[in-house]
Design a protein around this ligand. Structure first.
Ligand SMILES: O=C(O)c1ccccc1NCC(=O)[C@H](O)[C@H](O)COP(=O)(O)O
Length: 257
């Protein structure tokens, strides 16, 4: 499934390139005000930090929430104390778009993550052109050379890569890049199986000084507490915030952990 999602995302970017050629997107990326400092926003603190996600649907869960106004939801996340906003920009399975990212960027003063299946420099330029401050790189989807190339391009453009892993080997590959913001996704992106204990098993292997992000499978404050006690500096939460009623109240509960 991960290979299919990545291939689709690249095909969609190739189609967009017909109307927005690389040179135009590069120019738009370079014309943007500087990206916000996500490493500072997510710096380890006495309390856990939350990256709150705008997520309409997913391959594993189907339709989650309508979200007709992503800017309004992002503002609620900001009011609720999120430290960054994740915007799923993949259209086919997640119902997202770069337009969502742009509208969220304009609505909040928090760093914004482009969460997608990034495999080409074009998608990185698109992310910056839409106002992203962070870009997700999924280690399992990329060979070492592409991973390095995209990682370095993201930094060159002033953004922060969030390097996502799901095994000790992938964590080593992230460490070899010098990644400073590393996630462990509890969700196996090929089988959709969830393993909330994976973060805890991998936490001791994080490179010194890297910010540790636990991604997926937070349904309650108890799950946040579990990740926090396993060493997470940051949790990335989607489903629980878009389906759980009042996002501000839910964030407060998560941040009180
Ligand atoms: O969510 C999915 O079903 C999914 C399937 C395949 C690739 C990626 C997928 N999700 C992306 C994410 O990693 C999550 O949206 C994110 O970590 C938040 O997860 P959750 O809080 O469990 O919604």
């Amino acid at each position: 499934m991960l290979a299919e999602l990545t291939a689709n995302a690249v095909a969609d970017a190739v189609a967009r390139r017909e109307s927005a050629p690389l040179a135009a997107v590069e120019a738009a990326a370079l014309a943007r005000p500087a990206a916000l400092d996500a490493l500072e926003a997510l710096r380890p603190a006495a309390h856990v930090k939350v990256i709150a996600e705008i997520k309409r649907s997913s391959p594993s869960r189907g339709s989650l929430a309508t979200i007709s106004d992503p800017a309004a939801l992002a503002r609620q996340y900001e009011l609720g104390g999120a430290s960054a906003i994740s915007v799923l920009t993949e259209g086919r399975k997640f119902g997202g778009s770069l337009a969502d990212l742009e509208t969220v960027r304009a609505a909040v003063s928090l760093p914004v993550l482009r969460k997608d299946f990034i495999a080409t420099p074009y998608q990185v330029f698109e992310a910056r052109a839409a106002g992203a401050d962070l870009v997700l790189l999924i280690v399992a989807a990329l060979d070492d050379q592409t991973l390095r190339e995209l990682h370095d391009l993201i930094i060159e453009l002033g953004m922060t890569p969030l390097v996502e892993t799901h095994s000790a080997d992938e964590l080593e590959r992230a460490a070899a890049l010098g990644a400073r913001l590393i996630g462990v996704n509890a969700r196996d992106l090929s089988t959709f199986e969830l393993d909330r204990d994976l973060f805890g098993r991998l936490a001791p292997r994080f490179p010194e000084g890297a910010i540790r992000v636990a991604e997926s499978a937070v349904l309650s404050a108890t799950d946040v507490a579990h990740y926090r006690s396993s060493g997470a500096d940051v949790v990335l939460v989607g489903e629980a915030l878009v389906t759980g009623g009042d996002p501000i109240a839910n964030l407060s509960a998560f941040l009180a952990v």
